[in-house]
Design a protein around this ligand. Sequence first.
Ligand SMILES: Nc1ncnc2c1ncn2[C@@H]1O[C@H](COP(=O)(O)OP(=O)(O)OP(=O)(O)O)[C@@H](O)[C@H]1O
Ligand SMILES: [Mg+2]
Length: 324
Amino acid sequence: MMNALELHNVSKTFKAGKNEVVALDGLSLDMQQGKILALLGPNGSGKTTTVRASCGLLTPDSGQVKVLGKDISKYKSQVLKDIGVLLEPGKGIFQNMTVMENIEYWGLLKGIQDRRQLESKGNELTEFFDLEDKRSTLANALSTGMRQKLSLCCTLVTDPKIILLDEPNVGMDVEASLDLVKRLRWLAREKGCAILVTSHQMDFMEDLCDEAAFISNGRLILRGSIEEVRWMFQQQNYKFTFRLPESDDFDPYARLSGIQSFKTDLPNNMAELIVDSNSTSMNELMKFALDELLEVVALEVVRPSLKECYQMLFAEGVVTNDNH
Ligand SMILES: Nc1ncnc2c1ncn2[C@@H]1O[C@H](COP(=O)(O)OP(=O)(O)OP(=O)(O)O)[C@@H](O)[C@H]1O
Ligand SMILES: [Mg+2]
């Protein structure tokens, strides 16, 4: 299948006075239709620059960007219709226009001429993002989260095949953020959209994305499905749930090594012990349970979350981000 978006060896250096900042350093990345890719990395690692280069807002110094197989530098106006992009909060929103006017205006700019089509798309999107009673409200009278939702409506008005979202859930409440995950997953699954997302909120990203690409100093350092990334790290814990013995001298710390946490404040006298599998084997854990005559409720293997993977990857000394 043809890739929705391909970056080949893309480099971009910014000059600020005498200083030069290498924002992208030979970055190659591809995105498939129907998949949601998380672009992850610390502040200044090049995520926004990647998004801007991918939709033609910024021309790289070298390298190539292809959208649905076409070189973006040669077919710019043609490919731009296929891309919906969301940049910094509030960017591209006209403050003195209403919600519907903003959405319809974006549709017109992107080449939708049929007013009825624009209106029904605007109605559908405002309904989805819970803005239906704000349709005739001026953009400058919206709250931060609502303005972000309006930006998303503008991004999606043309039914783009490729969607690039730079920190889309900034300022959104929990429910709006969950709705956004649902909408984007639906667009990927049902419409085959390829979606690239950046965010520093790892829980949101783990819920939303199929794959993750980690970048540092404008270079790709790790790429894989979220599950692959979680299996790549040797760090693995056992979570052991049991009924807490009555005896006062019960002390797992005296018997087991690598205890990450020991919680005894759970309901029904339950206790939860998390141990590092590199320090204590499953057999040792079971022997401990037998010796102590524990009433075991559950024993699970726990892989690191995306957030923990991120922390391990960017922990000091593993990879550096030395732009700053
Ligand atoms: N227009 C510009 N002029 C000069 N330097 C820039 C410009 N845009 C980006 N940079 C620099 O390029 C580097 C990458 O910036 P970029 O905005 O892509 O990072 P980011 O990964 O999006 O960071 P954040 O997580 O903070 O949003 C940074 O060092 C930044 O200062
Ligand atoms: Mg950014």
